[in-house]
Design a protein around this ligand. Structure first.
Ligand SMILES: [Zn+2]
Length: 120
């Protein structure tokens, strides 16, 4: 068995031949740092996914309260502590640039209102 690379994935330094062939780091400290970074990245990603789901559920609630092609005051979202940062990207719907959540997309308009669309 041979390791994929003989460079440490944390610092880029050479991995000593004394290290286990399964190791992709040059020392235990870098192995620990790498694991910590991976856990941090995982936790951040999980938190972002939860926020995305929460945002989507707010849209779902508003759509069921106010029905169909929703055009609402942003007050409804502000009251629910909506996260304006988290989304999966942008698409164009009926000429509007809409932020994509999970089941819904929305567009924030200049007059402090939003459009909500249900995605297919
Ligand atoms: Zn290293």
């Amino acid at each position: 068995m041979k390791r994929e690379s003989n460079l440490c994935v944390f610092c880029g330094g050479k991995i000593p031949t004394s290290r286990s062939l399964n190791s992709n780091t040059c020392c235990d400290a870098h192995s620990y740092e790498l694991k910590k970074n991976n856990q941090l990245e995982y936790a951040r990603n999980q938190a972002a996914q939860r926020e995305l789901l929460r945002s989507d559920e707010i849209m779902h609630e508003l759509r069921s309260l106010y029905n169909r092609d929703c055009h609402l005051s942003t007050e409804h979202l502000i009251k629910r502590n909506f996260n304006w940062v988290v989304n999966k990207g942008e698409i164009t719907i009926a000429g509007y640039k809409a932020k994509v959540l999970i089941r819904y997309a929305y567009c924030l308009l200049n007059d402090q209102t939003i459009y909500i669309w249900k995605l297919l």
